[in-house]
Design a protein around this ligand. Structure first.
Ligand code: AMP
Ligand code: ZN
Length: 473
């Protein structure tokens, strides 16, 4: 729901950095419906063998911001996100946990969806999981073998022959001379140095997890999963494919080879890759004890939306370094923002003067230009704070910020509507009473100090005709 404003947004073009061309390009949607551009968008979701960390969620937030930006610009979006529930890692994880694969992956899938909700990431239009598409994957591989782009090994594994696809390397710009055709790679992930034929179908031993196929019992390779799930839901060619930068090679390169090899058509028009989140300057890993989940963030007393705010402070194409101090700054900013929204919410409507109307339009344009310029969220946040500092009427500040939040997703509408009765901790209630006494005695400076203290504790006080009302920020 877009907030109904008293003024119209200017229509602007959207520019995205396309990894295929290594350039910022104007977005041209493939289709139009009832005069509106329509976009198909696919994001490589998680491999559900473990808890997702805050790095994974940076990429999930990127695709959410992109999708919200498109909707904000009146695009119709069909958004598909997958769950990789069968690959080397999930199979090993289930075996180590002595669990059925489906039972094992279900646990981590559920946690993933709960965390998405905590971060206010909109539900996908279509959630896919690889094990629901096995038949389609077998058919896809059959077509590749029939076209001579794939071959079957003696053990019943099927490989994509990269020498047969002339455009191999179009995304990663891997030079042809680096290609080692005829040498094969069976594992799902491999390094840049290994530019080799990759498995579309892996044969399995009788006691291993697998499915019947024309080539014997086996299971799909990782890359084929995304080609099948994206194209089944979005068509042979679709608009935008999103993922972390680590997926550019080999995953997305191989998706292109399979898909364009099979259909002879362009697979994706825009590839959008998000940079990594580091923790204290290092890659996240269990051994370094710097592997954090959304629930770790909450356990430290942070609002998961403070993590979202933190993501927004960096441009998605730059590395972002997570520290607890930076999360604290984000939390403070979010708390201040929420407190201001609570205050602004209750302002009465007034006529806009011409000069102020111009200012409102200027801020609208600045925000739109920022997000439409390759999702410049740090700039968008700067515009938001400028609005709050400005002298435009309170209700216009409120409307504007709430409309910005359609893209930023900090759940500000909900904050301002909170009016529920809640249990107030004793120490908070004491401070509220103390502030009220000071206020009644006309000691406003002191009462304001108590109010600030309460805000730091995460509570806002509102003075109503019935006395002070406390709200959790
Ligand atoms: P995975 O579960 O490893 O398949 O990753 C799911 C998504 O998260 C992929 O798009 C990855 O590129 C992305 N990702 C993994 N690690 C990070 C990180 N540290 N920062 C940002 N994105 C990441
Ligand atoms: Zn993928």
């Amino acid at each position: 729901m877009i907030v109904q404003l008293r003024y119209n947004w200017a229509v602007s073009d959207i520019y995205l950095y396309n990894s295929l061309t290594r350039k910022k390009e104007k977005l041209e949607a493939l289709r139009q419906t009832q005069g509106k551009p329509e976009v198909g968008m696919y994001t490589c979701g998680p491999t559900v063998y473990n808890y997702q960390h805050i790095g994974n969620f940076r990429t999930m937030t990127l695709s959410d911001i992109l999708r919200r930006t498109l909707i904000f610009n009146s695009y119709k979006v069909k958004f598909v996100r997958n769950i990789t529930d069968i690959d080397d890692k999930t199979i090993k994880g289930a075996a180590d946990a002595k669990m059925e694969l489906a039972e094992f992956t279900k646990k981590y899938t559920q946690i993933f969806f709960e965390d998405l909700k905590e971060l206010n990431i909109l539900p996908a239009d279509v959630d896919t999981k690889a094990t629901d598409y096995i038949e389609e994957m077998i058919d896809y591989n059959k077509a590749l073998v029939e076209k001579g782009l794939a071959y079957v090994e003696n053990d019943g594994s099927v490989y994509f022959d990269i020498s047969k696809f002339t455009n191999y390397g179009k995304l990663s710009r891997i030079k042809k001379r680096q290609l080692q055709t005829g040498t094969r790679i069976l594992s799902d992930e491999y390094a840049k140095e290994d530019v080799q034929d990759f498995a579309l179908w892996k044969s399995v031993k009788p006691d291993e997890f697998g499915y019947e196929s024309p080539w014997g019992r086996g299971r799909p390779g990782w890359h084929i999963e995304c080609s099948v799930m994206s194209q089944k839901n979005l068509g042979d060619t679709f608009d935008i494919h999103v993922g972390g930068i680590d997926l550019l090679f080999p995953h997305h390169e191989n998706e292109i080879a399979q898909s364009e090899g099979k259909t002879g058509k362009e697979f994706v028009n825009y590839f959008v890759h998000g940079e990594f989140l580091l923790v204290d300057g290092a890659k996240m890993s269990k051994s370094l004890k710097n592997f954090y989940t959304v629930s770790d963030i909450e356990k430290q007393g942070f609002d998961p939306l403070a993590l979202r705010y933190f993501y927004l402070t960096g441009h998605y194409r730059n590395i972002l370094n997570f520290t607890w101090e930076s999360l604290e700054s984000a939390q403070n900013a979010l708390t201040r923002l929420k407190a201001q929204m609570v205050e602004l919410k209750n302002a009465t409507r007034s006529q806009l003067s011409k000069e102020k109307l111009e200012k409102v339009k200027k801020y609208q344009n600045e925000f739109l230009v920022a997000v439409n310029d390759d999702l410049n969220t740090p700039q968008a946040l700067a515009v938001l704070w400028e609005v709050l500092k400005s002298n435009i009427p309170s209700e216009d500040k409120y409307d504007l910020v709430l409309s910005f939040d359609e893209v930023l997703g900090l759940n500000l509408a909900k904050v301002s509507q909170v009016s529920q009765v809640m249990q107030v901790p004793q120490e908070v209630q004491k401070l509220v009473d103390e502030r009220e006494k000071l206020r009644k005695a006309g000691k406003f400076e002191e009462s304001d100090l108590v109010r600030e203290h309460l805000e730091e504790m995460g509570y806002a006080v509102e003075d109503t005709v019935h006395g002070p009302k406390v709200k959790k920020l």
